[in-house]
Design a protein. Structure first.
Length: 218
């Protein structure tokens, strides 16, 4: 089995595209692949409960006109549409993603990490979900097979916060300054939402390396 570790943020639109491209490459490869999602926050200082429309928030962060932000978003809309990823930036609400990452860690322990990650991203980018709202997080968790009441109860504690911080610290120690960031079998690293062919090549190299290691020990 090929292990792929991915650092990304629920609020990162390029991470959504990168996730889809990775999955396309995995499906085409026929390889047995285990994807593990790691936390990363693009805007960790946003207070919980503070919600800002995406274009307005990014314009402030980049000190750019809202019109420029909308033009940047259109590029992503076009790229996503070509690959089955739907972006509705007019609905996108910026919020703190810490609790969303805690839910993903909780889901991964129950074998539903990938489903949870995808559901949260679809909520963020397509439906306009508020990803620091406990009720919305629990409802989305229930859709992928988790117990909504248990998720609500978990969110009322600090459970998995240490796991989220450990991911963030690991990324910082490795010099990761942006996401998405992919690591194949702890060997091959890819930064950014690269073309499907780039992910396919990393999978191929990982499979060949594993095959060589098996032959060497046979």
């Amino acid at each position: 089995m090929i292990a792929v570790d991915v650092w990304s943020d629920v609020a990162c639109p390029w991470c959504y595209l990168g996730k889809h491209r990775l999955e396309t490459a995995i499906d085409a490869s026929g390889e047995d692949v285990q994807v593990t999602w790691h936390s990363y926050q693009l805007n960790p200082t946003i207070p919980r409960g503070e919600h800002t429309p995406h274009a307005e928030a990014l314009a402030k962060k980049l000190q750019a006109p809202v019109e420029k932000i909308r033009a940047m978003n259109q590029r992503l809309i076009d790229l996503g549409a070509a690959e089955g990823v739907e972006y509705n930036f007019d609905r996108y609400v910026q919020a703190n993603t810490r609790d969303a990452h805690r839910v993903i860690h909780y889901a991964q322990e129950q074998g539903l990490g990938n489903q949870m990650k995808d559901r949260l991203m679809r909520g963020q980018f397509t439906e306009g979900a508020v990803v620091d709202d406990a009720g919305q997080l629990a409802a989305m968790a229930a859709e992928v097979g988790l117990n909504a009441a248990e998720v609500r109860a978990m969110l009322e504690t600090d459970a998995y916060d240490d796991a989220v911080q450990a991911d963030i610290d690991e990324a910082a120690a490795a010099g990761v300054t942006g996401v998405p960031f992919f690591v194949f079998d702890s060997t091959y690293a890819i930064a950014g939402a690269q073309p499907v062919e780039t992910f396919a090549e990393a999978l191929r190299r990982s499979a060949e390396q594993r095959s060589a290691e098996r032959q060497a020990t046979a």
